[in-house]
Design a protein around this ligand. Structure first.
Ligand code: ZN
Length: 304
């Protein structure tokens, strides 16, 4: 189904609706095919002139509760799970129309988005895919949090989470991410929260759309959701999903090994800024090492 050397988009538009987890607002979403070297962009169709913002780390404006991008006075919030679905399935180019400032949370995972993309169909485009190829390690460590990226012939992610909670404790998952693996093992892992945090967020007017239908909620000792967990280690699988979504904001797929320990959206973002400055540690090129004339244009765009 996948041709790693060619860029990919979806075959036809596909839509869904849902609610924003923080705003509680109904939102409609349509994913459109997009041309070569377009990347992933979000368009607010509820605002005058339909402003567009690229899903890139230099457009990130907030990471406190979710990944928020924005430009010239408008934002699109909670993009990380849809971004993980695009990256996990290897879709390079798409335009996302949204009629609110916050993306729908769906079931708290990337599963519904991945299903939408599969329903639309994935199409190879007539142009080579360019990758970030890691030549030298880049690492960042702060307050017990750690992110590193290392040379590798595939796209591998290793994630460790540690929570002082009997259901979680320390969970580690290290895996090569292929579209099949992403679909079966990662996409459906839901976001999670602790009951006391959920109550606190609601008190401050956040998480208004949050229910047991769109997050795993745990109290001191058990999962409150009726069907329990989807995977025994659903928590670390979701962290891995968030990691894939956040790193996709580099704008090109990665040939390298990401290692993340006790990290989150904010720390991933700090790492991406450091990554982009360390230009001697990576290069951008196609897998056979050649540059397409349009790819050169794309790289120029990335540098801006
Ligand atoms: Zn998440």
């Amino acid at each position: 189904m996948n041709h790693p050397n060619a860029q990919q988009t979806i075959s036809r538009p596909v839509s869904c609706s849902g609610i924003g987890v923080h705003s509680g607002k109904q939102v409609n979403l349509t994913l459109h095919p997009a041309p070569l070297n377009h990347g992933i962009k979000f368009r607010r169709i509820d605002l005058p002139d339909y402003p567009v913002v690229a899903a890139r780390f230099n457009k990130v404006v907030d990471t406190s509760l979710a990944t928020v991008i924005g430009d010239d006075g408008f934002i699109v919030s909670t993009i990380e799970h849809l971004m993980a679905a695009f990256a996990g399935l290897g879709i390079d180019n798409a335009l996302v129309d949204v009629d609110s400032h916050e993306m729908p949370i769906m079931d708290g995972s990337a599963g519904p988005f991945a299903e939408m993309l599969m329903t639309a169909g994935i199409e190879c485009q007539d142009g080579p895919r360019c990758f970030f190829i890691i030549n030298k390690p880049i690492e960042l460590e702060e307050d017990g949090k750690f992110v590193g990226i290392y040379p590798s012939d595939d796209f591998r992610v290793s994630c460790t989470i540690t929570f002082d909670h009997p259901l979680i404790q320390t969970q580690t998952l290290s895996t090569v991410i292929t579209p099949d693996y992403f679909l079966k093992e990662i996409a459906c892992a839901r976001t999670f929260g602790f009951l006391h945090e959920v109550e606190l967020m609601k008190k401050y007017g956040l998480g208004q759309g949050g229910t047991l239908d769109n997050a795993v909620v745990i109290d001191h000792e058990r999962v409150l959701n009726e069907g329990g967990l989807r995977f025994q280690d659903e928590f670390v699988r979701h962290k891995l999903l968030d990691c894939i979504g956040d790193f996709s904001l580099l704008g090109l797929p990665i040939r390298g090994h990401i290692v993340a320990k006790r990290s989150g959206h904010g720390f991933h973002h700090t790492f991406l800024e450091k990554f982009f400055l360390e230009k001697n540690s990576w290069q951008t090129c196609t897998l056979n090492g050649t540059f397409h004339k349009d790819t050169a244009g794309h790289l120029k765009q990335l540098a801006n």
